[in-house]
Design a protein around this ligand. Structure first.
Ligand code: GLP
Length: 241
């Protein structure tokens, strides 16, 4: 794991955006794995700026988002569809049909997500994946547990994630309790992974990565220690410095 310690959120975002900009320039048909949450917002801002100022071209780029809440319509301001549109898609020239999200299958809930992994394979696999980290070490919505799913599917959020994500909703009761999340196998198949973490509330999860000696499903992000090409970009607060 390559580790970059940035001074602050801004520097973390800048460094992450540089990696993405460079990768898009080298491969205009790149398949990106994208994340939501507050962490990648700054990186998306930089990429939108790269498009506006330097003409960074997203017209051939495909994207697969990590997750989506089950009970929110795509137009809901807290849905991840809406988030991506607001923070990136509406600001660059990505083609809407090239952007993908895992979908809930109402008729066969247990099959939700199955088609998603196939679609990723058909697109040639994810070349570059960005990940944020939940305070409890979750990635996408793979919550700490004795067993983690390999494939994309339906997940139930933990109370701690519901509490953490309630800052985006009027009331904690409004936070969806279920989501469709990329599985651990889906994530770890990406050719390159960039993990971002900012702020002291990510310190415990980041410490496990910095230690680098053990993996555990109780801190799902530690499974990325097994991946051959991961860059961790953290700010000083998240690094515990
Ligand atoms: C959500 C998302 C994760 C994200 C996490 C961290 O739970 N499903 O993909 O990494 O939040 O969010 P934040 O970046 O706001 O701390």
């Amino acid at each position: 794991m390559k580790i970059i310690i940035a001074k602050n959120y801004e520097e973390m975002s800048q460094k992450a955006a540089e990696i993405f900009e460079d990768a898009i320039q080298k491969n205009p048909k790149i398949v990106l794995g994208l994340a939501t949450g507050s962490t990648p917002v700054g990186m998306y801002e930089h990429l939108a700026e790269a498009h506006a100022k330097r003409g960074l071209d997203f017209s051939g780029v495909q994207s697969f988002n990590l997750d989506e809440y089950v009970s929110l319509a795509p137009e809901h301001p807290q849905s991840y569809h809406y988030f991506m549109n607001e923070n990136l898609f509406s600001k660059v020239n990505i083609q809407k049909e090239n952007t993908h999200f895992p979908a809930y299958n109402e008729e066969k809930p247990e099959e939700s997500g199955a088609r998603y992994d196939e679609a990723i394979e058909e697109a040639g696999g994810i070349d570059l994946q960005v990940l944020g980290i939940g305070q409890n070490g979750h990635i996408a919505f793979n919550e700490p547990a004795e067993q983690l799913s390999v494939a994309t599917g339906l997940v139930t959020l933990t109370q701690s994630t519901i509490a953490a994500n309630s800052r985006f909703f009027d009331r904690v009761e409004d936070v969806p309790k279920q989501a469709i999340s990329s599985g651990m196998g889906t994530i770890l198949k990406a050719r390159k992974i960039v993990i971002l973490a900012s702020g002291a509330d990510k310190k415990d999860a980041v410490a496990k990565l910095l230690d680098g000696t053990k993996v555990t499903t109780q801190w799902p992000v530690t499974l990325t220690l097994l991946h051959p090409d991961v860059t961790l970009i953290v700010d000083e607060a998240a690094a515990g410095k």
